[in-house]
Design a protein around this ligand. Structure first.
Ligand SMILES: *Cc1c(COP(=O)(O)O)cnc(C)c1O
Length: 387
């Protein structure tokens, strides 16, 4: 027997993620100086890490020989305070992508299904398929999740429905009232998962934490401890929120994100978590970042200015783009992969979109103004050269 025969067969259907190309890789491939390259490919924070987080990391690294707190009590308590929930509502992941994996392990199997948008963040598909479950795709409408189509895609086998809001790569958000309508009609056997990696970039964001609190409040009333684990019929939607320190806090390399979930749900996710999934340096950095509102505001201002500027440039160039609610924009350039390669040769790394069945598009992260200008100049030059 070979390894392939021994392995779980469903793993071989899991798609392979194409990450943003690292600066060092591109530099090596093209014989360029890494310092001469700008990476606008992974929606990272162009200001770098939160300065408060950086200081905390420097302190924490001296205790690198000590195991981290496996329950991350200080960080989880800080997050609970920050969101007005209980510490038991917070589950930490090695990046919020790991919470996707926990959700798959906790709630999916080879007999179940999960619904996602056909142009939603690709890691969602990976997490579903890793759990052996069936991916049911609901078509996007106007580059956005179509919540009616998602509702229609639910079957008795559905356990999870994923809404990425704002979505990566399209940058689109779903309307707050549409979300409430969708949740009001959500069947009892389905959990709605909102990947809110770019939440902090939203104007008038949806306030879905209330559904987490509401579930806990009602489950305490309906299931007092003396009655044991009676089957609950609470009638409220089941909601899980995913957030991350990778984007607004500039801590992508540390791999730290979290889920906000009703206590019962969080307990199931905790069972899928290995004891030391987040490291002490990341925990310390995240605690400090939570107290760095000034950095979040600076990031937001830079993003809004840069995004407006970039969208204006696209209009001037006559390019179709999707108005973005996040720190990146997708723009239609003709041959997306060829443009991605051409821009790379000019020192700007972006992301081709053929993996999302958008072969004519590229996605660019909003950088600093010098980075944005360099990107726009390179793009204009390539368009002029007819590529
Ligand atoms: C960047 C991103 C994340 C963040 O993932 P981490 O694992 O927390 O770095 C999650 N969801 C979406 C849609 C993203 O674009």
């Amino acid at each position: 027997m070979n390894f392939r025969e021994l392995a779980n067969p469903h793993l071989f259907n899991v798609p392979i993620y194409e990450p943003g190309k690292p600066i060092e890789t591109v530099a090596r491939e093209l014989g360029l100086d890494p310092r001469a390259l700008d990476k606008l490919a992974s929606n990272e924070n162009p200001l770098g890490p939160s300065p408060k987080a950086l200081a905390a990391m420097r302190r924490a690294i001296r205790a690198a020989h000590i195991y981290p707190d496996g329950h991350a009590v200080v960080l989880r308590a800080a997050l609970a305070r920050h969101h007005g929930v209980d510490i038991r509502n917070i589950v930490l992941g090695n990046g919020s992508e790991q919470i996707l994996k926990f959700l798959g392990q906790a709630f999916l199997s080879r007999d179940s299904e999960a619904v996602m948008g056909d142009r939603a963040f690709a890691t969602v598909r990976i997490a579903i398929q890793m759990a052996g479950a069936k991916v049911v795709e609901a078509p996007f409408r106007n580059h956005t999740h179509d919540l009616d189509a998602m509702r229609d895609a639910i079957t008795p086998k559905t356990r999870l429905v994923f809404v990425v809001n704002p979505n990566n790569p399209t940058g689109t958000r779903v309307d707050n009232r549409e979300i409430e309508k969708f949740l009001a009609r959500l069947p009892e056997h389905v959990i709605a998962v909102f990947d809110e990696a770019y939440y902090e970039f939203l104007e008038k964001p949806p306030e879905l934490v209330k559904w987490v609190r509401e579930w806990d409040r009602k489950s305490e009333i309906r299931n007092p401890k003396s009655e044991g684990n009676r089957k609950s019929e609470i009638g409220n939607p089941k909601v899980v929120l995913l957030r991350t320190f990778s984007k607004i806090a500039g801590l992508a390399a540390l791999r730290i994100g979290y889920g906000i979930a009703p206590v019962e749900c969080a307990q199931a996710l905790e069972r899928a978590r290995l004891p030391f999934n987040t490291n002490a340096i990341a925990q310390a950095a995240a605690i400090a970042a939570l107290g760095d509102a000034a950095f979040f505001r600076r990031t937001l201002r830079l993003t809004e200015t840069g995004r407006d500027w970039m969208e204006r440039e696209f209009r001037k160039m006559g390019l179709e783009y999707v108005p973005s609610s996040a720190n990146f924009v997708v723009v239609r350039v003709g041959k997306g992969r060829a443009m991605f390669e051409a821009l790379q040769r000019r020192g700007v790394i972006v992301r081709p979109m053929d993996g999302y069945r958008m072969p004519e598009w590229i996605r660019v992260t909003v950088g600093t103004m010098p980075q944005n200008r360099r990107f726009a100049r390179a793009l204009a030059a390539e368009l002029k050269a007819g590529r």
